[in-house]
Design a protein around this ligand. Structure first.
Ligand code: NDP
Length: 248
């Protein structure tokens, strides 16, 4: 097993399900102590127990990324236990799709609050200990639709496009403290959310992807791990597209 993240402490928001879980497993499998922050915590022994070596490196904490106090409490717990946080992956995200004409203010606010403000809250709180230790890796999870737009997803696209500007600004602010900030923009990923599409919808979507397949969550996790690793120590403020060529 590669041990690129030995002695590193990582926080992955939305880390108990979907892409976030794959990211947590990838970092933990390479030696990181991972705190998976999630709104609803499934039975911990159920979600990470298939590999005890990995399970011992992952701890789940209940958290709401839209709530400043909730994240502060989690970070206090982590600092008490580990004394530091080296890696933050802002992965928690939701969709509330609707055409603009039908989109409610609540649908707009929920998506912007979770996807964009959530990243602001976690980054603001966690960059503080990173600044003191003069080391940090922050990876925001955007989306291909934040770059190309998508009918029916104006709230989601706006939140993900917002993350691009946030990433570049924070990369400039934190560079002098050796904190690197990048964004991974996945295309269409095989998760519970996307498995809901019917076969015809999936076929139509795949037709537009030059690599003719959807991403596995592990494809995204591998890109995140690279950006968190020492091999990426001269990369900051970048957008890494992991979309099979869907948007070039
Ligand atoms: P999932 O819905 O499977 O997972 C999202 C996770 O975020 C869930 O565990 C959810 O928790 C958590 N979450 C939501 N709101 C909050 C909150 N307020 N506080 C803490 N945790 C929260 O989504 P995916 O794995 O598919 O997506 C992960 C990221 O990747 C998202 O940012 C998404 O936008 C992005 N992405 C996904 C793509 C895809 O094709 N799936 C494509 C491009 C980008 P709970 O279940 O407990 O509510």
């Amino acid at each position: 097993m590669n041990n690129r993240f030995e002695n590193r402490v990582a926080v992955v928001t939305g880390g108990c399900r979907g892409i976030g879980k794959s990211i947590a497993i990838k970092l933990a499998s390479e030696g990181a102590k991972v705190y998976a922050l999630d709104y609803v915590i499934p039975n911990e022994s159920e979600i990470f127990c298939d590999n005890p070596e990995i399970a011992k490196n992952v701890k789940c904490l209940q958290a709401d990324v839209t709530n400043f106090t909730s994240i502060e409490n989690c970070v206090n717990t982590i600092i008490e236990e580990e004394s530091k946080i080296d890696i933050l992956v802002n992965n928690a995200g939701i969709t509330r799709d609707n055409l603009l004409m039908r989109m409610s203010e609540a649908e707009w606010d929920a998506v912007l609050n979770t996807n964009l403000k959530g990243a602001f809250i976690c980054t603001k709180i966690i960059s503080r200990p990173m600044m003191s230790q003069r080391y940090g890796r922050i990876v925001n999870i955007g989306s291909v639709v934040g770059l190309m737009g998508n009918a029916g997803q104006s709230n989601y696209s706006a939140s993900k496009a917002g993350l691009v500007g946030f990433t570049k600004s924070i990369a400039r602010e934190l560079a002098s403290r050796n904190i690197l900030v990048n964004l991974v923009a996945p295309g269409y990923v095989r998760t519970a959310m996307t498995e809901k599409l019917n076969e015809e919808q999936k076929k139509a979507f795949i037709e537009n992807i030059p690599l003719k397949r959807v991403a596995e969550p592990e494809d995204i996790a591998n890109a995140v791990a690279f950006l968190c690793s020492d091999e990426a120590s001269y990369i900051t403020g970048n957008i890494l597209n992991v979309n099979g060529g869907l948007y070039l």
